[in-house]
Design a protein around this ligand. Structure first.
Ligand code: ZN
Length: 402
């Protein structure tokens, strides 16, 4: 291949946040793509030089094992790395890559004319192996929080920081309004939610009927138990969108009497909705030039496992909830964007949805007053609770292979 003359491209024609920043102080010359000469620009030779290692890191020579499919040409690879869809400019950068070799990188035979490429992937033997790989970091944070360091755990904090950064970037496409955030769900005041509680005798039932707002509402701080999104002593308002879900969530026995209260939210609330992660997600282009590109890619892939991981069945009396409790606390107190609660699917009722609402923050002074109870933006709506008797419970078993 003949050595071609270098040309310049302006940063407006590069769709890559890191490259735009890196060259923003460069001088302006005529851009080979748009023809304008009023924006900082960079030479094709420089782009080839800095792209070389990135391409070696994240792409491999295409292995022609699927007949009928094609790999990517080097120009296409260059285009996706620098964020440019102008073929002749990408061809030019590719020709620089082919003609000049970098002795510090072992790239012999990698950059060649007519060679095809594909993104590097990890070869998993099975879906289980793939899942295990993608939830490994979550498991290690869980282990560390549960058995090493429960409070002030920097690793866990870093983990949740990146996780929520990546989550915030996920969108769903809409026909009319463009992409919308995948996990933000706003509800107007008035949304109806249900809470259930079992009772043992007439006396308990009368107590519930006399004061349903308190008896069926969030428990007082003294008796608040460990739960999926809160530690013991820090009550949150757990509720469900459906009556059968809220009954199933308290895991009743056959013959139990259950009182169900209908509540409505008293103001507009913004939830982080993990159900949004179950639909196909769009993620914005991530720069290959970011130092944390690999880590972010890992977190991006983890998003499709996250909802299952946070809602899987756990024995409530043990330490199984520690990691989701820490996650909820991070979201509430450390994450920049504020939410009023969390939505996630029920594991007790098929297609059921749970709503956890955070209480309105109280000062320590307020909390010191006798009988202080956290206050939640919800109120009991019906005059009377609904009463149910549990008739049957469905269990499903799958035999696990030994
Ligand atoms: Zn341009």
């Amino acid at each position: 291949m003949k050595r071609k003359k270098s040309a310049s491209i302006c940063i407006d024609c590069l769709d890559d946040e890191i490259l735009k920043k890196r060259f923003e102080k460069y001088q302006s010359t005529e851009c080979a793509v748009c023809g304008k000469s009023n924006s900082p620009s960079v030479k094709s030779l420089i782009l080839a030089k800095i792209s070389r290692k990135v391409i070696l890191d994240y792409f491999e020579i295409y292995d022609d094992i699927y007949p009928g499919y094609n790999g990517l040409s080097l120009s296409k690879v260059v285009g996706s790395v620098i964020g440019c869809d102008n073929l002749s400019f990408c061809d030019l950068v590719s020709s620089h890559l082919i003609v000049s070799q970098d002795s510090s990188i072992n790239d012999e035979d990698f950059f060649k004319e007519d060679q095809e490429y594909s993104k590097r992937t990890i070869p998993f033997e099975s879906e289980e192996e793939q899942e295990e790989y993608h939830i490994a970091r979550w498991r290690s944070v869980e282990l560390s929080l549960t058995h090493r360091q429960r409070y002030f755990n920097d690793d866990a904090e870093q983990f949740f920081k990146m996780l929520f950064e990546v989550i915030a970037d996920a969108t769903h496409p809409t026909l009319l309004n463009g992409p919308i955030p995948a996990i933000i769900k706003k509800h107007k005041a008035g949304l109806e939610l249900y809470r259930a509680r079992s009772f043992k005798n007439r006396e308990e039932m009368e107590k519930i009927f006399t004061n349903p707002n308190e008896e069926l509402g969030a428990p007082p701080k003294e008796v608040s138990q460990n739960n999926r999104m809160n530690s013991m002593g820090i009550p949150l308002f757990y509720s469900s969108l459906e009556i059968n879900t809220c009954i199933a969530e308290i895991r009743p026995s056959i013959g139990d009497d259950i009182a169900v209260g209908k509540f409505k939210i008293t103001k507009d609330l913004k939830f982080l909705d993990f159900c949004g992660l179950d639909l196909p997600l769009s993620l914005s282009k991530d720069s290959y030039f970011r130092d944390d590109y690999r880590t972010r890619s890992y977190f991006r892939a983890f998003l499709s496992y996250l909802h299952n991981v946070i809602s899987q069945p756990v024995r409530p009396d043990g330490t199984g909830y520690v990691v989701t409790q820490a996650m909820a606390e991070y979201l509430r107190y450390k994450h920049e964007e504020k939410f009023d609660g969390i939505i996630f699917k029920s594991v007790q009722a098929e297609k059921g949805v749970n709503y956890v609402i955070f209480n309105e923050l109280a000062t320590v002074c307020e909390m010191q007053t006798p009988n202080w109870r956290p206050s939640f933006p919800v109120e009991f709506v019906d005059k009377k609770p609904l009463i149910y008797k549990v008739g049957s419970i469905k269990y499903e078993y799958n035999q696990k292979s030994a």
